[in-house]
Structures are given as structure tokens and as C-alpha cells.
Ligand binder design. Structure first.
Ligand code: SAH
Ligand code: SF4
Ligand code: F3S
Length: 461
């Protein structure tokens, strides 16, 4: 009720400014994963509901919101860099209103730093209380003082009552099926900033999917830190079937991320049997060494991981397996690292995200003293990518001469040039289009592949 009140007050306040010809404009910059991207869409919708207009660029905005990530130090460094630019701008434009929310500000030590050293930020809030943003903005406007609030509040992390009016992509959208994470991998900050795992009710998920489909969405990605740990009224495999069967006009259904320890045979069967569920699975490995996996609290061994991949590959021929890999986790020996390369060569990933271990204070791994020297970490990273990229390129090169189905993301220009889209297994395809009726985002075109690299293919549609 209170939140609704401030929503009303704030939009009336902005309408008044608009009457004077100066409706304030917002810009939301997002950092981090797909979950944060979806949150950013909801935050944009919320700001629009509060009477702000969308600004085309950050430089045009009166209110700038950063939805932050803290998964690695590099993410935070980038955000601090962008914030220092804002600080400079604010020195010449004191009216500029700055909001920082999300995973990074949810870290208590970061929030305290913002309170102490970053007074130019008007509002600092976290991940669990973003739906109270109208209160915080209103309070900061009324008092002229900085508001820092990362309280966990009533634990409703979703901005459920905000209908998303503009999406990043008109043809595809993410739908959260759960929030938080209970896995506590030893290196990972996510459970500490996103809270405990909570599954959304089936009816709520299906209603959100249906609304998106009615709005023209052709591809849905079901989102969660560990979707196959979904604990609604039904299992994740059953949820996938419901989403598939109830939405015949959805061309593609994906999900992200699935933890190897929870990948059931029923889920393999669902991916195999449901024609519009993409034949691609993201299966984060982290490390190939069983000893390191144990240290990381991952709950699977190298053998179990390889067996799962073999099962997927034999049940679903041609399936694209993608992964996340961390090198130089504390205590990782040369032999451990060789085990990681062994898994990479055995599974032959279609694509992979690779990271150098980054210490996150507050996680168990941060207390380790057996850290890996920077030079060794860099060398391992280089060797990992030198092993991975040719495998990824070979995957794509194998399709030269073949025709693949591509969902258009960026339409080709009037001359049919410069189209972009993605295959079922999520590989980027650049294409030129020959023919009438230029395809639009969300359409599926057949592209004959004539060239391939590690990260993309190209051809003619
Ligand atoms: N829930 C997802 C991962 C979310 S974070 C999962 O479990 O698969 C995305 C990726 O970031 C992780 O898979 C991991 O590879 C990487 N990552 C997380 N914490 C990290 C850290 N401290 N240093 C380096 N990479 C990290
Ligand atoms: Fe982090 Fe592990 Fe949870 Fe993924 S499953 S978000 S890596 S703790
Ligand atoms: Fe980053 Fe938070 Fe996602 S830490 S990776 S934005 S869950």
C-alpha cells in the first residue's frame, strides 16, 4: 500500500514537471547475467510507471540507474569506473539523480563504501528490496539526503506488478522461474547477494509466458541460478513440458542455468522429446578435477560429469553443450588443470565462458592462502582458450555447406546485408538475405553456411 502511495506521489510530481515542459528522463544500465537483464527490463518499466520518460542515451538522462553485478572483481571495477564518470558529471549537474541497485550494492561492505565515499549516489538499494525503489527515490527527493537501504524486507524479490512494456528484444524474453541460490559453491558470491532459493508458482510462470507470447515473443528463456532444482508444484522437466505444450506459437524454448548435479533423466527426455525446446544445454563444469570440484562444493566428480555429457550426447545427437570454466582456483595444481583440459577435449563444447578465479570476500574460498600466482593463472587461461577455441571453430566449420535454421535478431538492411541471428544451439550467424519480404526479428530463416569461426558462422539466407 505504502509503495503504491509513493508511486502515485512520484508520478504526480513528474507529471507536474512535464506540464512545465521538463518531464525527467531515465536511463538504466545493466551489468551481469540474464537474470539481471530481466530485472533491468522490469526496472525500466517501473520508472516509466513513475512518470519518467526513457532517455536515448545515458548523457540525456536526468535519472541514471545502474543495476549491478559482483560475480567477479572485474565486474565491480568496471562499475566503479562508470560511477567515477557519473561523479564528474554530477559536479557540473547537481540535479542528476543516481540510483545504484542489484547484486553489488547488496554486499554490505559495498553499501557502506557508497554511504561513506560516494555521496553523489542518491539511492543505494539491493536485490531483495528493489520493489521499494519508489519509496527510496521519493525519500531522497524530499529530504535531499542519500538513501542507503539493503534490508531484506519482506522477501518478495520480484517486481511482479510491473508489466514490462519495452523489452530489450521484441522477439525474445527471459522468465524467472526461481530466485536465489542454495548451492554455496565455495567461490561464488551469488547466494550471498541473491538470498535463498525460491521457486515461483507454476501458474504465475505460465501466465507470464502467455502474456509474453501474446505480445509477440517467439523465444523464451526460463531463468534461474539452478533451474533444475525448481521446487514448485511440479518438477522442472514437467514445467518445461507445460510451457512447450501450452504455447504452440513459441518457436524456441531455452533454459539457463542447469547444475550438473541436478540434471535428471526426465529432463534429458524432455529436451529430447519436445521439438521446440532447443537442443543445447549450458552445463557449467568449473573444474575438471574431482579434487577441485570437491573443494568447490560442486557435488559431482569428473566421471559423473562426463557420464552426464555422454548421456546427453547419445540421447540427443547433435546437442550443443556449453559451459563455464574457472582456472586458478586456490590450490589448483598443474595436474588439476590438465584434468580440466581433458574434460574440454572429451566433451568438445560448442561454446564456453572462461574465467580466471576472482576472490570474493565473504565466500569460503576467499580465506584460502594457497592462491595461484597471476602469471600461472594467465598461462592456464591462455592454454584453456587455445584448447577450446579450435574445438568451437571445428563445431561451426562442420556446418559449412549445410543449411541451418536461424532466428533473426537483427533484420538485414534494404540491400539484404548485415542480418544477424542465432541457431537452435545459440551460435551467432551473420547472414545476407536474398529475396523479397525481408525477415524481421523473431522470424526463422534458412541460412546456408559458407564460413565459420570460433564464435560465429556466416552465410546466405
Ligand atoms: N548459477 C550458475 C552460475 C552463475 S555465475 C551456475 O551455477 O552455473 C556464472 C559463472 O561465473 C559461474 O558458472 C562461474 O564459472 C563464474 N564465477 C562465479 N564466481 C566466480 C569467481 N569468484 N571467480 C571467477 N568466476 C566465477
Ligand atoms: Fe554460484 Fe554455484 Fe549458485 Fe551457480 S550454483 S550461482 S556457481 S553458488
Ligand atoms: Fe552478477 Fe548477480 Fe547475476 S552477481 S552474475 S548479476 S546474479
Amino acid at each position: 500500500m505504502r509503495a503504491n502511495d509513493t508511486r502515485y506521489l512520484l508520478s504526480a510530481y513528474n507529471d507536474e514537471k512535464a506540464a512545465g515542459g521538463l518531464r525527467p528522463r531515465f536511463f538504466v544500465r545493466n551489468y551481469g547475467c540474464q537474470m539481471n537483464e530481466r530485472d533491468a527490463e522490469k526496472l525500466r518499466a517501473l520508472l516509466a510507471q513513475l512518470g519518467y520518460d526513457a532517455a536515448p542515451t545515458e548523457a540525456d538522462a536526468d535519472l541514471i540507474l545502474y543495476n549491478t553485478c559482483c560475480v567477479r572483481e572485474s565486474a565491480e571495477d568496471k562499475i566503479y569506473g562508470h560511477l567515477s564518470r557519473l561523479k564528474t558529471r554530477k559536479a557540473t549537474n547537481p540535479e542528476l539523480f543516481i540510483v545504484v541497485c542489484g547484486c553489488m550494492s547488496q554486499r554490505a561492505e559495498v553499501a557502506e563504501t557508497f554511504r561513506g565515499k560516494h555521496k553523489y549516489i542518491n539511492v543505494v538499494c539491493g536485490t531483495a528490496n528493489r520493489h521499494r525503489l519508489p519509496d527510496f527515490i521519493w525519500q531522497a527527493l524530499q529530504t535531499g539526503r542519500q538513501v542507503v537501504d539493503i534490508s531484506e524486507d519482506d522477501g518478495v524479490p520480484e517486481l511482479i506488478d510491473v508489466p514490462v512494456t519495452t523489452r530489450e528484444y521484441p522477439h525474445k524474453a527471459g522468465v524467472n522461474i526461481m530466485y536465489g541460490c542454495d548451492n554455496f559453491c565455495s567461490f561464488c558470491i551469488v547466494p550471498h547477494v541473491r538470498g535463498r532459493e525460491k521457486s515461483r508458482a507454476v501458474a504465475e510462470i505460465l501466465a507470464e509466458v502467455r502474456a509474453l507470447v501474446d505480445d509477440g515473443v517467439k523465444e523464451i528463456m526460463l531463468l534461474g541460478q539452478n533451474v533444475n532444482a525448481y521446487r514448485g508444484e511440479i518438477t522442472f522437466a514437467e514445467l518445461l513440458r507445460r510451457v512447450h505444450d501450452e504455447n504452440p506459437s513459441l518457436a524456441r524454448i531455452r533454459f539457463m542455468t542447469s547444475h550438473p548435479k541436478d540434471f535428471s533423466d526426465d529432463l534429458i527426455a524432455a529436451v529430447r522429446d519436445l521439438p521446440r525446446v532447443c537442443k543445447s544445454v549450458h552445463l557449467p563444469l568449473q573444474s575438471g578435477a574431482t579434487r577441485v570440484l570437491e573443494d568447490m562444493n560442486r557435488h559431482y566428480t569428473q566421471t559423473q560429469y562426463l557420464e552426464l555429457c555422454a548421456k546427453l550426447q547419445s540421447a540427443i545427437p547433435g546437442i550443443g553443450i556449453t559451459t563455464d570454466i574457472i582456472v586458478a582456483y586456490p590450490g589448483e595444481t598443474d595436474e588439476d588443470f590438465e584434468e580440466t583440459l581433458h574434460v574440454v577435449e572429451t566433451v568438445r563444447y560448442a561454446s564456453a565462458f572462461t574465467f580466471i578465479y576472482s576472490k570474493r570476500s565473504g565466500t569460503p574460498a576467499a580465506d584460502r592462502t594457497d592462491t595461484i600466482p597471476r602469471k600461472t593463472a594467465n598461462e592456464r587461461f591462455e592454454r584453456l582458450t587455445a584448447t577450446l577455441y579450435p574445438i568451437m571453430a571445428a563445431h561451426n566449420e562442420a556446418r559449412i555447406g549445410q543449411t541451418v535454421q536461424v532466428m533473426v535478431e537483427e533484420a538485414p538492411d534494404a540491400e539484404g546485408k548485415g542480418g544477424k541471428g542465432r541457431t537452435d544451439d545459440n551460435i551467432l550467424v551473420h547472414f545476407n538475405y536474398v529475396g523479397q519480404n525481408t525477415p524481421a526479428p523473431g522470424d526463422i530463416v534458412c541460412v546456408q553456411i559458407d564460413a565459420a569461426r570460433s564464435f560465429y558462422m556466416s552465410g546466405e539466407a
